[in-house]
Design a binder for this molecule. Structure first.
Ligand code: HXC
Length: 508
């Protein structure tokens, strides 16, 4: 018996070493952790239970029949994050460059299948040279098997991708179909074709980092949500992030005990809105003063800063926050902001996360660039997302809510459950000056100024909307947290269903 145990231990030790110490050292020299080190940081201590440790590839071409490394380049299993179950796969770059073989793909599929069966999030750590070149089409088939499961799992269990090395070619499409992507600066990249192919085809010279590094994807493309300095920072952030998430679409949002009083008043919010309506203020301040302990996990902070999206908690339970940011483009909705917030709203709705919307929006961003790039279609995404969402929706208009953007931002008309306004709210078709210049075209500047003052006096307040019941109550800014907390309590058992359909047809 002791022999058998010794053999097992030797086999395990061999598997744990992946591609060997030399390759582990090379991984460390690049500032990267190994697949197993990453899992150790991601999960609670000693909680990881590995499966398929002894799986090997089945390729016999190009001398592969003589190279077998147990595990085949991906470490898979499950464990806990702060006591809650998650499923994990972590590609091991020390084994055939983390490349994806048929068996490697089967291991990932098993993780996704198991997670779906019991309803728990999947975290995929990507560090791979792509399709296992020696295997050819078997590898491509493996990718497609993973893609199919990513799609079936979408909206059923949260899927988070951590990109911690190369992720290129068709391989990018698995993370791209997950809910959120975190990247590591300088050591991770994602692109469909790399710099060499780009140079051959288009004659452009570009580095990997410029083409598809963490900064590119979290600022320009919005392919990724957040960029971190190193592996450890990204893994610890993933732990915080998972703490906000329900385990699946059948579970309630998690509750975390908080010492923050639900009725905490924030007097400073009463003076936040500047006297001059064109002067910006930082909407982050409202968010941080509203949510428990000021703890807010922002997604896509570096992309479309004119809208803020992220997760916080109220009375310990997760909420999604969407907020116009007057500090960037005056808080206008543009293409990028609409797409960013639409996807976020749909995620929240899929996972029963109530949405709190803070509104200060002067309208859609004008310009040929916006029109020619399809602001109509992209703006419709956000409108569609809010309109179809059945989770509790609480909206607070802090200042401007002009034009179509008023409708879009979780208005009463889109089934907002509780629509509040601060006394500083201005709800109108457009800003006073623009409105008067249209209605009183050709009048003298003095008359325009007089009419503008009249228009402001009439419309630059929340009371006309409140008279119509479009605003449920005008609330004092300092009581925002209290009102939102109370509202969420009352909406806890909200029941609302959309008509049966196979699926909708959101403008893509
Ligand atoms: C098999 C691979 C591999 C691959 C890397 N390796 N990529 N083995 N299939 N795709 C192996 C190397 O042979 C090497 O083995 C080890 O991994 C580390 O690779 P290095 O090149 O030494 O590392 P580095 O210099 O860091 O470069 C990393 C790299 C490069 C940029 C990823 O390896 C590379 O360009 N690989 C090929 C990428 C590629 O073209 N993949 C196919 C893309 S098409 P040893 O034994 O020396 O340690 C694709 C289609 C997917 O993925 C379609 C899905 C639908």
């Amino acid at each position: 018996m002791s022999d058998i145990i010794a053999q097992l231990e030797a086999k395990r030790a061999e598997a744990m070493l992946g591609g060997g110490q030399k390759r582990i050292d090379s991984q460390h020299a690049k500032g990267k952790l190994t697949a197993r080190e990453r899992i150790d940081i991601l999960l609670d201590e000693d909680s990881f239970e590995e499966i398929d440790m002894y799986v090997e590839h089945n390729c016999v071409d190009f001398g592969m029949d003589e190279q077998h490394i147990p595990g085949d380049g991906v470490v898979t299993g499950s464990g806990t994050i702060n006591g809650r179950l998650v499923f994990v796969f972590s590609q091991d770059f020390t084994v055939f460059g983390g490349s994806l073989s048929e068996r490697h793909a089967e291991k990932i599929c098993k993780v996704l299948d198991n997670a779906m069966k019991v309803g728990a999030p999947v975290i995929g750590i990507n560090d791979s040279g792509g399709a296992r070149i020696q295997e050819g089409v078997a590898s491509l088939g493996g990718y497609a098997d993973v893609f199919q499961r990513n799609v079936l799992a979408s909206g059923v269990v949260p899927q988070l991708s951590l990109i911690m090395g190369p992720c290129a070619g068709g391989a990018v499409y698995s993370p791209a179909m997950t809910d959120f992507i975190f990247m590591v600066k300088d050591s991770s990249y994602m692109f469909v074709t790399g710099p060499d192919v780009v140079k051959t085809v288009t004659n452009e010279i570009v580095t990997q980092e410029e083409l598809g590094g963490a900064v590119t994807h979290t600022t320009k493309t919005s392919v990724a949500d957040v960029a971190y300095e190193n592996d450890i920072e990204a893994l610890l952030a993933a732990r915080d992030f998972i703490d906000f998430m329900p385990l699946s679409n059948r579970e309630e949002v998690p509750e975390r005990p908080t010492a923050d009083p639900w009725d905490r008043l924030e007097e400073s919010l009463d003076t936040l809105i500047p006297d001059n309506a064109n002067q910006p203020y930082d909407m982050h301040e409202v968010i941080r003063k509203m949510v428990d302990e000021g703890d807010f996990f922002e997604v896509q902070p570096a992309h479309a800063g004119n809208i803020i999206c992220g997760f916080g908690r109220m009375e310990g339970s997760t909420v999604g926050v969407v907020a116009n940011q007057p500090m960037v483009l005056a808080g206008c909705l543009d293409i990028n902001a609409s797409k960013k917030a639409a996807r976020f709203v749909r995620y929240c709705d899929a996972f029963n996360i109530p949405i709190v919307t803070l509104v200060d929006v002067p309208g859609f961003l004008p310009g040929t660039s916006q029109e020619h790039n399809g602001i109509i279609k992209h703006g419709a995404k956000l409108l569609f997302a809010y309109a179809e969402a059945t989770v509790p929706k609480i909206t607070i208009i802090t200042r401007k809510a002009y034009g179509g953007a008023y409708d879009v931002m979780a208005s009463k008309h889109l089934r907002g459950d509780l629509n509040y306004a601060w006394p500083t709210a201005e709800i109108a078709v457009m800003g006073a000056k623009g409105a008067v210049e249209i209605i009183f075209r050709g009048k003298t500047p003095e008359e325009i100024a007089e009419r503008t003052a009249q228009y402001e006096a009439r419309f630059a307040n929340p009371f006309i909307a409140a008279q119509k019941g479009f605003i449920d109550e005008v609330i004092l800014p300092h009581s925002t947290r209290r009102r939102v907390a109370l509202g969420l309590r009352k909406l806890r058992n909200k029941q609302l269903e959309n008509p049966w359909k196979k699926h909708d047809n959101i403008p893509l």
